[in-house]
Ligand binder design. Sequence first.
Ligand code: MN
Length: 205
Amino acid sequence: EINYQQLPLPYAYNALEPFIDAMTMEIHHTKHAAGYTKNLNDACVAENVDIKTKSITSLLASISKYSTKMRNNAGGHYNHELFWQTMKPAPASAPTGSFAKMIDASFGSFVDFQKAFSDAAKNRFGSGWAWLIEKDNGGFAICTTPNQDNPLMPEVGCGGTPILGMDVWEHAYYLHYQNRRPDYIEAFFNVINWTEVTRRFVLDK
Ligand code: MN
């Protein structure tokens, strides 16, 4: 590969309706997210990052060595590539198996997890992300990051690997929901791809 690549969206722009509208998905994928990927590649050229040997995760883990442009766009690229893959057309199934047991052990129940994740997403002031992470020392946790920061950046204080991320920038919901971020958060649970989220948990073993 000669560039970090934006993958095609794994479903149609309108596939997540009525929960996320087609125009939001199209602008979000082809303008916002595409811009992060392009600007990341530009920053790698400017800052002599050899993308043939530097994985995006190792770049995030050492992000403090680079510019703010690198930080914002490396995070933006990684965050959105995860976001698209961990959604799917409704209905969402519930987590099962060892993943569901880990949710219960970490939060009490799936309902408790849903409330804690929703509260975190609502309370992230301004632009940012809410995350379900697998902690470095085991178990799940919820955290949030500002802007395009990511849990793999050591200094953000999450201490784990993201397996589900929710974009709470206004560009992710404003056309349909305007100021109603809580309604977007409630809708998001209808389009989570728990099979993919669980795969990321299992792969980390
Ligand atoms: Mn976004």
